[in-house]
Design a protein around this ligand. Structure first.
Ligand SMILES: CC(=O)SCCNC(=O)CCNC(=O)[C@H](O)C(C)(C)COP(=O)(O)OP(=O)(O)OC[C@H]1O[C@@H](n2cnc3c(N)ncnc32)[C@H](O)[C@@H]1OP(=O)(O)O
Ligand SMILES: CC(C)C(=O)C(=O)O
Length: 490
């Protein structure tokens, strides 16, 4: 309930006009969720879904009646396949059911939406008759769903135009569309519908929804905003909240957003190829059609990877605060490319480490002498660690919640550091149970953010090596106060 409410509040802040909060008859939980949203969200309309029958409509109204501007959304299928196989009713019967449902809902409110489920596979003349009947009965929003994502943009445009031209009272209602993404065409279909008279778009954040999902809200909004020359319409969406809302929805639904998803994917504003990076550095508009700031991102990102060129590396080094000579940049670039062959993405901290190790050439302060770990079920994990600090060996033992925690506590005690671990990742370099484990960590120590890597057949040893590697990098940063390396802003 609380999560639903958090998403509801985020949508209100985003500026959506209507939230379809749920299907109250579906379960007591859905009923309570819709009711709570209706009571708490006053700045928008909260709609409740109902099949075309009295019980669903009564329950929907009961859930939303306290809302600021409640909407009943009732629906029934109009395609022959749904009539024959699912509803087992004739066209005439379904037309009567639809009309009666809307008339029944009108005893509660004048804010009524009617959807003709599977409209895109329905006979258009029959569909127009149904729409005409429900508008006469009191529907103020008429929804044309492409329920199974079957439509093709120019044919969807033809269908919308047909409905507009052949439903005599269509001007009394707002025409809406609701597209699914089974063929990856939901956004395209919606845009073609808008261009032909649709004025409400039913969509979801991140495109989540049944099967391949629904039309992604952020795609429609940004298409209208970016191509205003061809789409002279507007939405009330405050686009600066798009990224935050997308992340919230992803987090609360547990549905990750694919990295290359338009607008909200992690890579949507990231440039990795050297030629693109060079262009973006010279003028962002060479490869950016939208401002990342407009969707709430700080700025577009240059991703350091194997496709990056010298221009991008030089720019990133400057951004990090390094003032290097041309031959030093060449050296960093060479090492950087070698690292890229080993890992997909190289972080700015890795670049900083290359500078520290290749240009400054300061020896490691800390090195592992030995590590002994006792663990298993029924005993408290204990690690005994000895490390050399500037050549002198020190040892201690610590307990922890697990063997890695115990070993890290021992390292922290010996090195007198209090690092904050930001990321810990274990992967196997080779296959099988004898695989070499590679640990990559990212930590913050004394205001510096660094990465560290360690490899060993024993993952606890690999973890301690990675930890010490990161701490050595911090020491190099500290030893070069004039290097220009910026301390991290935490
Ligand atoms: C197109 C859409 O996406 S609509 C939204 C889909 N969302 C959901 O389905 C929400 C979750 N659903 C549920 O919890 C349940 O399906 C309920 C509570 C809605 C209904 O449960 P039940 O009464 O057990 O019926 P069940 O789901 O098994 O079957 C659906 C029945 O509704 C009928 N029906 C389907 N759509 C409609 C409609 N729009 N209007 C009237 N009746 C309909 C079907 O013909 C079937 O009737 P039958 O029992 O006479 O054969
Ligand atoms: C209820 C309607 C709008 C629906 O969800 C669909 O047809 O996909």
């Amino acid at each position: 309930m609380e999560e639903k409410l958090r998403i509801g509040r985020a949508l209100e802040k985003l500026g959506v006009d209507v939230i379809e909060a749920g299907f109250p008859v579906a379960s007591p939980g859905d009923f309570e969720g819709v009711k709570r949203l209706s009571q708490e969200l006053r700045g928008l309309q909260v709609a409740a879904l109902a099949r075309a029958n009295k019980k669903d409509i009564d329950t929907a109204w009961e859930a939303i009646k306290d809302g600021a501007n409640p909407r009943i959304h009732t629906f029934i299928a109009t395609s022959d396949i749904h009539l024959r196989a699912k509803l087992r009713k004739s066209r005439e019967e379904v037309l009567e059911i639809a009309r009666d449902a809307v008339k029944y809902a009108s005893k509660y409110t004048s804010n009524i939406e009617f959807s003709a489920e599977d409209a895109s596979r329905s006979d258009l003349d029959y569909l127009c008759k149904v729409f005409e009947a429900v508008i006469d009965a009191g529907a103020t929003t008429i929804n044309f769903p492409d329920t199974v994502g079957y439509a093709i943009p120019w044919d969807f445009a033809r269908m919308i135009k047909y409905v507009v031209e052949n439903t005599p009272n269509i001007h009394k209602a707002v025409l809406s569309v609701h597209c699914h993404n089974d063929l990856g065409l939901a956004t395209a279909n919606v845009l073609s519908a808008i261009a032909n008279g649709a004025r409400q778009v039913e969509c979801t954040v991140n495109g989540i929804g049944e099967r391949a999902g629904n039309t992604a809200m952020e795609e429609v909004v940004m298409a209208i905003r970016t191509r205003h020359d061809l789409l002279p319409y507007y939405t009330n969406i405050n686009t600066k909240h798009i990224t935050a809302t997308s992340r919230l929805v992803s987090q609360l639904t547990g549905m990750p957003v694919q990295p290359n998803k338009a607008i909200v994917g992690a890579n949507a504003f990231a440039h990795e190829s050297g030629i693109h990076q060079d262009g973006v550095l010279k003028d962002r508009q060479t490869y950016e059609i939208m401002n990342p700031e407009d969707v709430g991102l700080e700025s577009g990102e240059l991703v350091l990877g194997k496709h990056s060129g010298r221009h991008a590396i030089k720019a990133k080094l400057e951004e990090l605060g390094y003032e290097l000579k041309s031959e030093e940049i060449d050296k960093v670039f060479e090492k950087f490319k070698a690292q890229c062959d080993k890992k997909k993405e190289v972080f700015p901290e890795d670049l900083a480490a290359i500078v520290a190790e290749e240009i400054w050439r300061i020896p490691d302060k800390f090195s592992l002498s030995y590590l002994h770990v006792a663990g298993g079920s029924g005993i408290r994990p204990t690690a005994t660690v000895a490390i050399k600090i500037d050549g002198v060996e020190y040892a201690t033992a610590e307990m922890g919640t697990g063997p890695i925690d115990a070993a890290f506590r021992a390292v922290s005690s010996l090195t007198k550091t209090k690092s904050r671990l930001l990321r810990f990742q274990v992967s196997s370099i080779t296959g099988g149970t004898d695989a070499l484990g590679e640990v990559s960590i990212r930590l913050e120590e004394d205001g510096y953010i660094v990465t560290g890597q360690g490899a060993d057949p024993d993952i606890i040893t690999a973890s301690v090596k990675a930890y010490l590697n990161a701490l050595n990098r911090v020491e190099r940063m500290k030893a070069n106060p004039n290097s220009g390396q910026k301390r991290a802003v935490i």
